[in-house]
Design a protein around this ligand. Structure first.
Ligand SMILES: *[C@@H]1O[C@H](CO)[C@@H](O)[C@H](O)[C@H]1NC(C)=O
Ligand SMILES: *[C@@H]1O[C@H](CO)[C@@H](O)[C@H](O)[C@H]1NC(C)=O
Ligand SMILES: *[C@@H]1O[C@H](CO)[C@@H](O)[C@H](O)[C@H]1NC(C)=O
Ligand SMILES: *[C@@H]1O[C@H](CO)[C@@H](O)[C@H](O)[C@H]1NC(C)=O
Ligand SMILES: *[C@@H]1O[C@H](CO)[C@@H](O)[C@H](O)[C@H]1NC(C)=O
Ligand SMILES: *[C@@H]1O[C@H](CO)[C@@H](O)[C@H](O)[C@H]1NC(C)=O
Ligand SMILES: *[C@@H]1O[C@H](CO)[C@@H](O)[C@H](O)[C@H]1NC(C)=O
Length: 922
């Protein structure tokens, strides 16, 4: 839940109010006589400034560039990103001042670095235990306050595909990001390495080349390195203009490089363009234009901004910490992601039930209302695994309590859900109400006594304001807070045996800026440079930057709040429930995927948000959080039947699928719609449930080898230029292509089929694509899904819960390649124990097809598959009609062959999947 989930008119009001804040802030921060040096800054002008602004254009009609200023526009790097400067100030910086006449917001800078600009000079590299090291120093300080003139460079050639560079202050320990797991490794011999790195010593810069083809991937000499206490900046050229990452934003899969910038600062903000949202992921993947790719990761948690320009190039600005840079050399996109996840940690294995359908709404305001929803789902035969409650359940909106009237029998309700094979999840906000009478609210009393809350600058508990009113915020970097949190969860769980926790509002969000007492004026609260965050101030909608946590100031730790809460919640759930935890977090940072899934926040119920949910989901796969989805049918505003059908169809292919609605909207549970819509939604849910063994196996691979679950097309077809930017379609693993309808009134869909033989998953109809768009029928009850030839997909007959479906017979779809072979696999365990793979407590089956036979071969067994049988196989692409079929050598008669699509279907089988089996046809 968040501040902006209010009636539409209120939202508009808040947006207006925000714009006013923006305008007024800039108004006060800018002296009206200052000339505007860079057009990026024109958005900072209020009406009254416009005159001075055009005067300045006139005054400089015939600039006289000093040497090195004759740079093409796209190669100009802003020399005044930190603040607005006049011509005199620009030139005093030794930069070129060249006003341009274009009037758009964004464009080349007016004040930019000349071709050669003094910076750090690098001393000789010498060996260290971890790699090599050099000292960087500058003769004169930069134009920034509290410039650091001597730096230490560490260069570590850690893996064949991983380069690690660190720039820090050797004389004083600066804040460095904790928690993000970085395996140490060192290679002295770089034979077989995918890269070469060259240093330019004066001014300092480095070039990373791909060794195989000599391509320059990064060149940081394009603009100077800056390193001041609260302003660190480096620029690099990019190998192409196809760059994906730097979440969390409302964007396409590849970013716009036309003089844009993105800000990374966790913020409670409903998804819309050009603003910082709930999470921060300082990582990007660059497609090199020839099927190869590399990644760049800046391990830094301070507020930051990445400016992109069409050269192509980027400038990375962060306002604290150190520059801890990783380059991942791939060479293919999937390898880049694996190399990145080796640093931040592989994603957790979700419980099987969490892949089922989840239903939630703010406004299920009593146990009986909640019960009625479950009952109506069951009466209408919709699969449902997990029923949720939003903050409605809590007594006076205080977490760890339940309302004695409306939710008085919550423990019984949860018990009933469990008896029906369902699970229960509820919301848990971090804000702890601070105004209950002493002795009446244990979480606060205990927390206060144990000093687990974030403190303000003068050392008292910082008080913000969230749903229950004034609240304190646990400091999850304090180990006492982690134990206190676990006890709160344990106590509450003793009454309400929830199965998972939904950690919302954990940017952290607050309805007052900073605290109820405001914030003191300090360099942390008001840094020399504030990235372009929504609200204009770092503490806007969150806590004071100067507030103190055990590890550091909130200024440094803000972006880690959700990660630290997710870890505390995950470990508490593990101890309290004893089985695999399910945590869903709104705020995110690299490493979150080890503990939690993510949903994309308060999306509006409209077609545009439906469409942009695809790149959002795909990008979170890159960020190592594969368990992700958008609220099906949309959260804010009223949905409509057609939108909700299409959203349910697409949502059936989100790795995490939850229908969640806001309080004041029309209802959007599947059963409230007309018969045709219900049928279409039911089909979509049944397809999802049927595919769960396949989806679960994909999660196993994500957990053990960092492959992606929902996957962009360019990951599988990196050399196909048509796939580079596609984000209206996506893949599950390498073999299922999902092509949803994303506009109203559409019944035919132009879908791209990469060069390959594909089959419709429903009837095996083949499409031998040369790499082309095909017009596919897409009536309201259909979502187009194609299987890539050469793959075997394990399915299981659907049921109304995964508790039931996990016992059902299995089905195999065998999609033969044009040469007649296919392969697939199945990972299976109890779906609920922790670390089954790590402990070897699982089963694993390999399927292969070729030469008119299918073989299932368990290569690891633990009993989990006992009693499960393969009841049916569907073989796509069987060229000649078979006259006989044999299962384990015995003739079977229940088979049919569909001549048009060349599909062989064998039913009535009963082949134990825990034993090797063979099905032959000829
Ligand atoms: C790196 O950029 C600098 C500045 O533009 C340029 O002089 C140099 O040639 C570039 N190096 C390579 C290898 O492209
Ligand atoms: C970049 O943006 C400018 C101004 O908005 C526009 O005129 C120009 O066409 C854009 N260029 C590209 C390549 O999109
Ligand atoms: C609870 O929700 C029901 C229907 O969902 C509504 O009729 C009722 O007015 C709500 N009650 C309260 C106290 O909000
Ligand atoms: C949970 O149960 C215990 C023991 O019955 C009781 O003392 C406590 O008040 C309950 N907590 C809530 C939140 O109802
Ligand atoms: C729920 O409904 C039952 C049966 O109608 C009723 O006895 C009970 O009081 C209701 N509970 C709540 C919390 O409204
Ligand atoms: C810290 O909080 C206390 C109350 O809890 C308040 O009196 C004090 O002014 C606050 N200090 C700052 C610096 O905001
Ligand atoms: C074929 O399948 C049908 C329907 O499942 C079943 O009734 C029949 O017994 C099967 N026949 C054979 C020979 O297995």
């Amino acid at each position: 839940m968040d501040l902006y989930r209010l009636p539409h008119s209120t939202y508009v009001f808040l947006t207006l109010a925000l714009s006013c804040i923006l305008i007024s802030r800039l108004y006060f921060h800018q002296t009206p006589t200052v000339r505007v040096a860079s057009l990026q800054k024109t958005r900072d002008l209020s009406q009254n400034d416009t005159k001075n602004f055009s005067d300045s254009i006139h005054a400089n009609e015939f600039p006289n560039p000093s040497t090195g200023c004759a740079l093409p526009e796209e190669k100009r790097f802003d020399c005044a990103r930190d603040r607005t400067v006049s011509q005199a100030e620009c030139e005093k910086r030794g930069c070129c001042y060249l006003p341009l006449t274009q009037t758009e917001y964004n464009g080349p800078p007016w004040c930019f670095y000349p071709a050669s600009y003094p910076g750090y000079r690098m001393g000789p590299l010498s060996p260290t235990p971890k790699g090599q090291s050099a000292t960087l120093s500058r003769a004169t300080p930069s134009y920034l306050p509290r410039d650091i003139s001597t730096l230490q460079l560490d260069v570590m050639n850690e893996e064949a595909g991983r380069l690690h560079l660190i720039l820090k202050d050797p004389s004083s320990a600066r804040y460095e990001v904790p928690y993000v797991k970085v395996p140490s490794s060192k290679r002295t011999n770089t034979e077989g390495f995918l890269y070469d790195v060259d240093f330019q010593s004066d001014p300092f810069g480095f070039v990373v080349r791909r060794r195989s083809n000599g391509q320059v991937l990064l060149n940081t000499s394009v603009a100077p390195l800056l390193f001041a206490d609260q302003y660190l900046q480096f620029s690099t050229s990019l190998a192409s203009k196809y760059i994906s990452g730097f979440g969390e934003h409302y964007t396409h899969l590849t970013l716009d490089l036309n003089w844009t910038s993105v800000t990374l600062w966790n913020r409670d903000m409903a998804p819309h363009s050009d603003v910082n949202l709930y999470g921060s992921h300082p990582f990007c993947l660059v497609q090199e234009g020839n099927g190869q790719a590399h990644g760049i990761f800046l391990l830094n948690s301070n507020a930051m901004e990445v400016a992109l320009q069409p050269m192509p190039a980027l400038t990375w600005v962060t306002i604290g910490g150190i520059l801890d840079i990783y380059i991942f050399l791939g060479p293919d996109p999937q390898s880049v992601v694996r190399q990145y996840h080796e640093v931040i940690g592989y994603p957790m294995m979700p419980p099987y039930w969490s892949l089922g359908f989840h239903l939630c709404r703010w406004g299920y305001n009593s146990t009986n209302v909640t019960r009625a929803v479950v009952q109506k789902m069951q009466e209408a035969s919709f699969p449902l695994d997990v029923q949720w409650n939003d903050l409605d359940y809590a007594d006076k909106k205080r977490v760890f309590t339940f309302d004695p009237q409306r939710f008085g029998d919550l423990p019984e309700m949860v018990q009933e859900l469990h008896e029906q094979g369902l699970k229960y999840v509820l919301i848990l906000d971090p804000g702890i109400s601070s105004t209950s009478p002493p002795g009446s609210y244990k979480p606060f009393d205990d927390g206060q006594q144990r000093e687990v809350f974030i403190k303000n600058l003068t050392g008292q508990t910082l008080i913000g304001k969230v749903w229950p009113g004034p609240t304190a915020f646990p400091d999850f970097t304090n180990s006492d807070a982690v134990s206190w949190w676990e006890e709160c969860i344990r106590d509450f769980h003793a009454n309400v045996s929830f199965d998972g926790l939904w950690i919302d509002m954990n940017e952290p969000a607050s309805f007052v800026h900073g605290s109820v007492h405001g914030c003191p004026y300090t360099d942390l609260e008001n840094p020399p440079y504030t990235p372009d965050v929504i609200g204009g101030q770092l503490n806007s909608g969150t806590l004071c930057m100067s507030s103190q946590q055990a590890l550091s100031s909130h200024y440094n730790l803000h972006n880690l709040y959700g990660l630290t809460e997710a870890f505390a919640t995950y470990s508490a759930l593990l101890k309290v429930r004893g089985s695999r935890p399910f945590v869903l977090s709104r705020s995110s940072f690299p490493g979150l995927g080890r503990f939690s899934g993510h949903w994309t926040g308060d999306v509006r119920s409209d077609w545009e948000q439906l469409r942009y949910s695809i790149p959002a989901v795909l990008l979170f796969g890159l960020y190592g959080i594969p368990l992700v989805g958008a609220d099906v049918c949309g959260f804010e505003g009223d949905t409509n039947e057609e939108l909700c059908v299409r959203w349910t169809q697409l949502g059936a292919f989100y790795p995490f699928m939850r229908n969640h609605n806001d309080r004041n909207n029309i209802p959007q549970e599947p059963y409230v719609f007309g018969q045709r819509a219900q049928l279409a939604m039911n089909n979509a849910l049944v397809i999802r449930y049927t595919l769960l063994p396949f989806l679960y196996t994909l999660f196993h691979h994500a957990h053990t080898s960092a492959s992606t679950v929902a996957r962009p097309l360019f990951f599988e077809f990196p050399s196909d230029p048509n796939c580079v930017t596609i984000d209206r379609q996506f893949l599950w693993g390498s073999s299922l292509l999902i092509s949803p309808v994303l506009e109203p009134g559409v019944v035919d869909l132009a879908a791209y089929l990469p060069p390959e033989l594909w089959y419709s998953v429903y009837d095996g109809k083949p499409y031998n694509s040369k790499g082309q768009y095909l017009l596919l029928p897409a009536p309201l009850d259909i979502i187009n899904v194609h299987v890539r030839a050469g793959n075997i997909i394990p399915l299981q007959m659907a049921a109304l819960t995964t508790t039931a479906s996990r016992r059902n017979p299995m089905v195999l779809i065998v999609a033969l390649s044009s040469q007649g072979w296919a392969k697939g696999d199945l990972f299976w365990d109890d779906g609920d124990s922790l670390d089954t793979f790590e402990h070897g407590d699982y089963s694993y089956v390999i399927f292969t097809a070729g030469q008119s036979q299918l073989v299932g071969e368990p290569i690891k067994l633990n009993g989990a598959l006992d009693g499960l049988t393969v009841a049916e196989i569907r073989v796509f692409g069987v060229a000649t009609p078979p006259t006989g079929v044999w299962a384990n050598g015995e003739r079977v008669y229940n088979f049919s062959y569909e001549t048009d699509n060349k599909v062989l279907t064998v039913i009535s089988l009963s082949l134990p999947i825990s034993e090797t089996f063979t099905v032959q046809w000829s």
